[in-house]
Design a protein around this ligand. Structure first.
Ligand SMILES: [Zn+2]
Length: 342
């Protein structure tokens, strides 16, 4: 099979011919139809987060099952499937408690520690695959359906984690990014009032189109001051996709009573400061939202199948063009999502 292989961080992908995978016990092989690209893998491609090499990247996969190994039930050859990015054990207390991103025996992240979707075929443990509803037209929208398992489910999980309700005002920092713009979309779908924060006029315009009630240009305005001015008493929920020290501190300062600050980690592991007095007096929650469950992916696929929400894919590329799409991710010039379509 053809695969785009990365041999070391910060080097170009190399197009290689590799042996076709075969399904061992408990495994499934799927033909890749499309694979989303985004910052989660891009940070690893550029060496800012960990991965093992050589590696076939890509975790947002739409595929069609071509081979099923022994001891696998519930799937058939020809099923359309998508993937969960975490290779979990399925039996530890966190997996059993339906919080599988916290799995005690995590075998790694698809496309960073295990070969992923920048190839013609992908082989994974059966539990990593999730069936795609028949109602989703995978032939017409392969790129859109491929990215649901990240771009839609990540903000869908944040709605729950941040306890976002219809009367809340939600500020999204980094709102113009690939997942950020879907956060705007999902918060709007949940009937919240949405304030999009980003640094480019084009991205802020796209956020307004995605449903943002208001935008703040962080290249011109102080985020905390602007958010407090816009809301009077402060924001109910800040969802921070940038998660730098500066944005997290601004987000915490902008919260009103009962406020929730949700970080998605971003690219920074730098500590940030919040005032304990502020946490106490306003009863503020500081939360991390890590990935999502397979059940939440199924729910997100169903939401799209029902036409409640729909992912925004603005560009598609061929497998051989993986280097170009990662150059564009590095330059932050992609609004919405990009995907590789086979
Ligand atoms: Zn587990």
């Amino acid at each position: 099979m053809k695969a785009m292989v990365l041999h070391a961080p910060n080097t170009p992908f190399v197009l290689e011919e590799r042996p076709d995978p075969f399904a061992g016990q408990g495994e499934i092989v799927a033909k890749v139809l499309a694979c989303g690209t985004g910052l989660t893998i891009h940070h690893a491609v550029r060496g800012r987060t960990d991965a093992t090499f050589p590696r076939v990247f890509g975790h947002e996969i739409l595929g069609e099952i071509v081979e099923i190994g022994a001891s696998v039930a519930g799937f058939s050859v020809g099923d359309r499937v998508t993937t969960h990015a975490y290779i979990t054990c399925g039996y530890c207390k966190w997996c059993k408690a339906d919080r599988e991103p916290l799995c005690d025996n995590l075998a790694g992240f698809l496309g960073r520690h295990v070969d992923g979707g920048y190839a013609e075929y992908v082989k994974l443990p059966a539990r990593t695959f999730i069936k795609v509803p028949e109602a989703l037209d995978y032939k017409k929208y392969p790129a859109e359906i491929a990215v649901i398992c990240d771009a839609i489910v990540t903000p869908y999980k944040v709605l729950k984690r941040g306890r976002i309700t219809p009367l809340d005002t939600v500020a999204v920092i980094g709102a113009g990014g690939g997942v950020g713009i879907h956060m705007v979309m999902l918060a709007k779908w949940a009937h919240a009032r949405v304030i999009a924060v980003d640094k480019s006029m084009d991205k802020l315009a796209a956020c307004r189109e995605a449903g943002a009630n208001m935008t703040i240009d962080a290249s011109r305005e102080d985020i905390a001051v602007a958010l407090k001015e816009a809301t009077g008493g402060g924001v109910d929920v800040v969802v921070d996709f940038v998660s730098s020290k500066a944005t997290l501190e601004a987000g915490a300062q902008a919260l009103g009573k009962g406020g929730r600050l949700v970080t998605l980690g971003g690219n920074a592991s730098v500590p940030f400061e919040v005032s304990a007095a502020n946490l106490l007096v306003k009863e503020i929650d500081v939360l991390g939202s890590k990935s999502f469950t397979a059940g939440e992916i199924s729910e997100s696929l169903e939401l799209c199948a029902r036409g409640e929400v729909w992912p925004l894919v603005t560009e598609t590329w061929k497998l051989e063009e993986a280097n170009t799409v990662h150059e564009r991710l590095e330059a932050e010039t992609i609004t919405g999502r990009a995907a590789i379509v086979m």
